[in-house]
Design a protein. Structure first.
Length: 304
């Protein structure tokens, strides 16, 4: 196939049948089975131990030509050289996979804990310029509990300035953080109920703070069709304006429409009808969330 994965337009390349923009990789030191259990998710049989070949078999079965790899969203951490080294290790691992399978994989750069603004800026430069990452992946927030900050916080502005200057792609995934109330049921773990709403909260925060207008050249892809974003955007537009947001309801809705929305675990008939009436078709991208979810579950949400 020999496809170069650098321009964002390759996501819309009509000669590439299916590009999966939401595809994780699990390094062997991640202990993903335990971390999944901690948040109320059962690790799919066959996903572990993960290797590129595990993904390639699933991609072939799902008719996926290319997958853009991203490390699972992690919002906890601390500013340290060790944290920087861990991010670098993840990126070298992903870049090596892409060199081995240049026609099947690209990757989003993992950044250190985002409060480490200097370290994050250095990793953006290294990951995009030296390792040729396709963009960067971000969690919806960083920190825990009352100390958490969403990614539109002013402390992160230097990071966004660099990304805007580069017209970079950002893959935004909801953080795997618990609610302030207990999980309602074992069938409703954090990935099912909390992660989609964290994506929405981050997107809404970027919009009502004027962040999207300050950094318009960053192309932000929201995981899982933006979670609840398509259904709550109009509510935010009216009520945030009522609460004092200087943007008009129309401007708020326009800014929500600048995001790209990928379909992982969200492409039901009703959801697709909603998103297709909300944004331009070229702002709807394909995603699977493999190997966090098995190919059988993923296929339930695939059409055409």
């Amino acid at each position: 196939m020999s496809t170069k994965l650098n321009p964002f337009n390759s996501l819309l390349n009509e000669h590439i049948r299916r590009i999966d923009v939401h595809h994780h990789y699990f390094p062997s030191d991640l202990n993903k089975e335990k971390s999944n259990a901690d948040i109320g998710w059962r690790t799919p049989t066959g996903s572990l131990p993960w290797s590129p070949e595990v993904s390639l078999r699933a991609m072939d079965a799902m008719d996926v030509d290319i997958a853009i790899l991203s490390f699972p969203a992690v919002s906890s951490g601390f500013v340290s050289e060790e944290n920087r080294a861990t991010a670098r290790k993840r990126n070298l691992f992903a870049a090596d996979i892409c060199r081995t399978y240049p026609d099947r994989f690209g990757f989003f750069v993992t950044l250190p804990f985002l409060d480490d603004v200097e370290g994050s800026l250095k990793e953006i430069v290294y990951g995009l310029d030296e390792l040729h990452g396709y963009g960067v992946s971000l969690s919806s927030s960083y920190g825990e509990g009352a100390a958490a900050s969403y990614i539109g916080d002013e402390r992160y502005y230097p990071i966004w300035e660099e990304l805007n200057k580069r017209q970079a792609v950002v893959f935004l995934h909801g953080s795997q953080v618990p609610s302030s109330t207990p999980c309602p049921h074992s069938f409703l773990g954090i990935p099912i109920t909390e992660v989609p709403n964290e994506t929405f909260k981050a997107a809404a925060h970027l919009v009502v703070t004027g962040h999207r207008r300050s950094f318009p050249s960053v192309k932000i892809v929201l995981a899982h069709l933006g979670g609840s974003t398509p259904f709550l955007a109009a509510r935010v537009a009216v009520l945030s304006n009522y609460m004092g947001c200087v943007l008009s309801p129309e401007e708020i809705l326009d800014d929500f429409k600048t995001f790209y929305y990928e379909t992982a675990l969200s492409a039901s008939e009703f959801n697709l009808a909603a998103i297709e009436n909300f944004v331009q078709h070229d702002h709807i991208l394909f995603g699977t969330d493999f190997p966090g979810k098995d190919s059988s579950t993923v296929s339930t949400f695939m059409r055409g």
